[in-house]
Ligand binder design. Sequence first.
Ligand SMILES: Nc1nc2c(c(=O)[nH]1)N[C@H]1C(S)=C(S)[C@@H](COP(=O)(O)O)O[C@H]1N2
Ligand SMILES: [Mo]
Length: 332
Amino acid sequence: MLIKTGRDGFQHPVPSEITPFGVYQDRRRLLKLMASGVAGAGLAAWAGRQALAQQVAPPGKHAALKSTRSTAAGAVTMEKITDYKDASTYNNFYEFGTDKSDPAKNAHTLKTTPWTVEVDGMVKKPGKYGIEDLLKLSAQEERIYRLRCVEGWSMVVPWVGYPVSKLVEKVEPLGSAKYVEFITQADPKTMPYVGSRVLDWPYVEALRLDEAMHPLALLTFGMYGEVLPNQNGAPVRLVVPWKYGFKSGKSIVRIRFTDKEPKTAWNKAAANEYGFYSNVNPEVDHPRWSQATERRIGEDGLFAKKRKTLMFNGYEAQVGQLYAGMDLKKNY
Ligand SMILES: Nc1nc2c(c(=O)[nH]1)N[C@H]1C(S)=C(S)[C@@H](COP(=O)(O)O)O[C@H]1N2
Ligand SMILES: [Mo]
């Protein structure tokens, strides 16, 4: 049975699997293990086995993209993976419309081959990469990340890609480079809303260089074992799991290194609502709503509980030190 949420008229299945019994048991087992003082190594091995157990069957809609499950710290959350259908039909990709259901309907016009990504600015080795070469630049890893949208929803997705740092190391930024700008495709012929005045196109996002170098920042080519569907940012996008979703620019065509903090699309649109950092932070409200809780896509039926939003989206242990000493209320 389907329930209309009213919100964008999007239909979600009844959440019959909010906390599957297996997950509940795993959590209890983890707590018991911790209480009994199991050493870190044993616990990590256990978590690794559990992560491997959480396999996703490729939906078979797009070309397969081979990868190995990442062992990087924080790279695999144990939470239930969001259904492919939800992750690929409830999207933000304003180039294809502002309704959550628009990208899945409209993004078929995006032409992803041929595709080149230009790397320029303050680097010793600028260059143009065809998407095939970019794909092969480093080993593809699968990472199960939470992604938290600034609007108050989240999802858990098995992404496929490699750390942005692999590309950065290859192109050798100059000592003066402090930021990395990600510039995305803006083609009015294939993207119906480019030309609308919602945003200043192209959609641009940026990270501080040390943020881009963090092992969790993922240059992403696929999800659920296949290449990205257009609506999720094919053929290459960013996924920065500790930041609000809008920092994860889709359909990237240019990566530029610079010494000045770049102007980003959402910051230009509303500076008081969307700062440069945009770290997930339950203690800093959006001016128009609270950021303390979130709902998981696919779990928003009548009885679904809202989840508490975690500092840095739950990745504080991994990324917290990037912001040591910073006032995160000012640098939102
Ligand atoms: N080019 C581009 N990238 C974008 C957006 C966009 O409108 N255009 N929306 C962002 C927002 S607000 C979110 S929450 C995520 C959503 O990613 P998903 O649709 O794969 O869940 O993409 C981000 N990347
Ligand atoms: Mo978002």
